[in-house]
Design a protein around this ligand. Structure first.
Ligand code: SF4
Length: 311
């Protein structure tokens, strides 16, 4: 097992690699998203919050250095660990001219206590020029890492259309293969509990990711966040809406973990919506309880990541 946890957590991976706890500082690179500025659409994905799913990021429009300073203050009470991952989280963090991207990524990589950067973006915003830049930075900073995080949410096209993701699965697959060709690790976000999906859909998504050989995965519970278009759907479709209770969610997560390749790192197993903005499900706000329940459930079931994984 991974230091007594039944799955290969990011925390475990980082402690093994750096010998200490590493914290993630969420940043706002000041960009928008083609799904919001009219290039592809105006409304964005139906679950996306006002801050482009970057609700924990530092204030917008201050420099990356200042955002890092702000982020460090949030961890100053913690007694362990003095190193950070600079996480470009809000909106689409490769949706800007390459020269601008170079400046902000370099600013983060040159912070002495940053061990690497993680860039949240869309697969249709990873043209060859952007990938060339990532390779250049990777070579310039060989002692630091560059990760790319892609919000796939599901492999199922019907659901992807419903949530207004705005790109086909083939676009995601192609981006993963191009990044992997340059040894740039990919972390994929998927959402459990999307309307019209069930366990079969989740497991098909996980099996697809196994085949692609991604580096990490975020398993997220669907949250209804105030200010998103999901709210009106939630309020007008009480019967059609499949919002999971805690037990159902734990079972879904465990089933996904059991078939997941044990070499894939787990970056999240819960939702992570801000308390004041989360409309439902409210049980998810007690993150500590969700994690404890998950670990307890997996222990009592004698199960673990990869238990039913096969090549
Ligand atoms: S791609 Fe990301 S930033 Fe853009 S609308 Fe969807 S969730 Fe929000």
């Amino acid at each position: 097992m991974w230091n007594d946890k039944p799955y290969y957590s990011l925390d475990y991976y980082l402690k093994e690699k750096y010998g200490e706890k590493i914290y993630k500082i969420a940043l706002d690179g000041g960009m928008t998203c083609p799904n919001r500025d009219g290039s592809l659409g105006y409304g964005g994905c139906i679950f996306c919050s006002e801050r482009g799913s970057g609700d924990y990021a530092s204030p917008r429009f201050i420099s990356i250095h200042e955002q890092m300073e702000y982020g460090r203050t949030l961890f100053k009470e913690k007694n362990t660990g003095n190193k950070y991952i600079a996480y470009f989280q809000s909106f689409t963090n490769t949706y800007a001219p390459v020269s601008y991207l170079k400046d902000i990524f370099t600013e983060a990589l040159t912070e002495p206590d940053v061990v690497g950067i993680s860039i949240g973006t869309r697969p249709d915003c990873l043209g060859e020029e952007v990938i060339k830049l990532l390779v250049l930075l990777k070579n310039q900073y060989p002692d630091k890492f560059i990760w790319v995080e892609l919000g796939l949410q599901t492999i199922h096209e019907k659901t992807a259309t419903f949530i207004r993701r705005g790109y086909p699965l083939s676009c995601y697959d192609d981006a993963v293969l191009r990044l992997k060709a340059h040894d740039i690790p990919v972390i994929t976000h998927i959402i459990l509990g999307l309307p019209h999906e069930n366990m079969t859909h989740y497991l098909e998504t996980v099996r697809h990711l196994n085949k692609l050989g991604i580096f990490g995965i975020k398993l997220q519970l669907l949250h209804v966040i105030r200010g998103t278009d999901l709210v009106s759907y939630y309020e007008s479709n009480p019967d059609a809406f499949f919002l999971m209770d805690k037990e159902k969610y734990l079972k879904a997560v465990v089933s996904c973990l059991e078939i997941l390749n044990p070499d894939i790192t787990i970056h999240r197993v819960t939702g992570d919506g801000p308390r004041e903005l989360t409309l439902a499900p409210l049980w998810s706000l007690n993150k500590r309880d969700v994690l404890n329940s998950l670990h307890k459930y997996m222990r009592t079931q004698h199960t673990y990541q990869g238990k039913y994984y096969y090549d």
